[in-house]
Design a protein around this ligand. Structure first.
Ligand SMILES: O=C(O)CCC(=O)C(=O)O
Length: 340
């Protein structure tokens, strides 16, 4: 508010005696559904902690080191190595992988036998051998939107592994099969202010985002954040575009991230363009090849210009402006239409 004399922190509504905590995601006992019903929350509306749904699936009852080794122990896998620190970043574009058998990976992940120096994070995606065998033990529920098999998988993790803050473009159900994870979720409209103090390499490239938890950000002045523990048998529903950070709290940890398509999009095309558009291709390709980067940026610019053109044509038509849209665009692009 103009003239109120308060700085950023002064504008915060947090009272002096408020404990610095965030609520956990709302607990429900049914999966959300497109449009919702009397007994089912509406998919897309808010994060949820869903209890009592996955508990009876065979994966939650039977997956342990012995049974998985018996079934798939000889499978060739290539887990990410995540380092030895207390906060072992997991970034698929950055972490090195090491080939081994699934049996060896499980021995390391469960803390039974040390196979590498550091921790492991293993993803068996829908395209990987072994996935179909594992998929017999869980259900793909009907939530009224299309299942995205290619983005679904089974993830094996160890204490201290951290997937840093990021957002995805799908409805995500993080099904916790074994052990527990800590999660922090931030509303998409808080994302811009959250990122304001990040380093450029954290905002625009692959340096891991700074920790978002309440403990790590006592000066948080955003508006919507949830934080809590996801335990075995529970499902965390993460709506599209919500920032999320996930830390593994136990050894031999198993989750199934199950994804479904969304028709939702963030409100601003420009925001979407930088966050979800082709610039993300640069971020996801750890290249220093200038020609490759130029090509991606050129493609990005063509997409942007096409959107700008669409907008200008619509504006001219809707307001019945007596101007040729192409001429107007040319003026804009050459800078000679400014301040006329
Ligand atoms: O479980 C994790 O480590 C990360 C989960 C996640 O980022 C996701 O499901 O999108």
């Amino acid at each position: 508010m103009a003239g109120d004399g308060l700085g950023r922190s002064g504008r915060r509504r947090r009272r002096e005696d408020d404990a610095l905590t965030s609520p956990e995601a709302t607990r429900v006992d049914a999966l959300p559904l497109r449009g919702g019903t009397a007994n089912r929350p509406m998919i897309g509306a808010a994060p949820l902690l869903i209890t009592g749904v996955a508990t009876n699936w065979a994966c939650c009852g039977t997956w342990d080191r012995a049974s998985l080794t018996r079934r798939l122990g000889e499978l060739d896998v290539a887990p990410f190595i995540t380092g030895n620190g207390p906060r072992n970043t997991v970034l698929k574009q950055v972490n090195a992988t090491k080939s081994m058998t699934f049996g060896q990976a499980l021995a390391h992940l469960f803390g039974v036998q040390r196979i590498v120096d550091g921790s492991l994070y293993l993803r068996i995606g829908a395209e990987s051998p072994g996935f179909d065998e594992l998929a017999q033990d869980f259900v793909v529920p009907d939530v009224g939107v299309e299942y995205e098999a290619a983005a679904t998988g089974v993830w094996f993790s160890q204490t201290g592994n951290v997937t840093p803050a990021h957002h995805d473009w799908w409805h995500s159900f993080l099904i916790q099969v074994r052990g527990s994870k800590r999660y922090t979720l931030i509303h998409p409209l808080d994302a811009v202010s959250v990122q304001q103090n990040w380093q450029a390499s954290e905002r625009f490239d692959l340096s891991p985002a700074p920790e978002l938890s309440t403990a790590a950000t006592p000066d948080w002045d955003g508006e919507v954040r949830y934080e809590g523990i996801l335990s075995a048998g529970e499902i965390l529903y993460i709506p599209p575009f919500w920032l999320h950070e996930v830390e593994t709290l136990t050894e031999g940890n198993i989750s199934i991230p199950m994804r479904f398509a969304t028709t939702q999009s963030v409100a601003s095309n420009l925001h979407q363009l930088s966050q979800d558009g082709l610039l993300r291709s640069v971020t996801n390709t750890p290249t220093r090849n200038v020609a490759t980067i130029i090509n991606v940026l050129r493609r990005n610019r063509r997409v942007f210009l096409a959107r700008e053109e669409e907008f200008v044509r619509a504006l001219v038509a809707t307001r019945e402006i007596d101007v040729d849209a192409a001429r107007l665009l040319a003026d804009v692009r050459h800078g000679d239409g400014v301040d006329r």
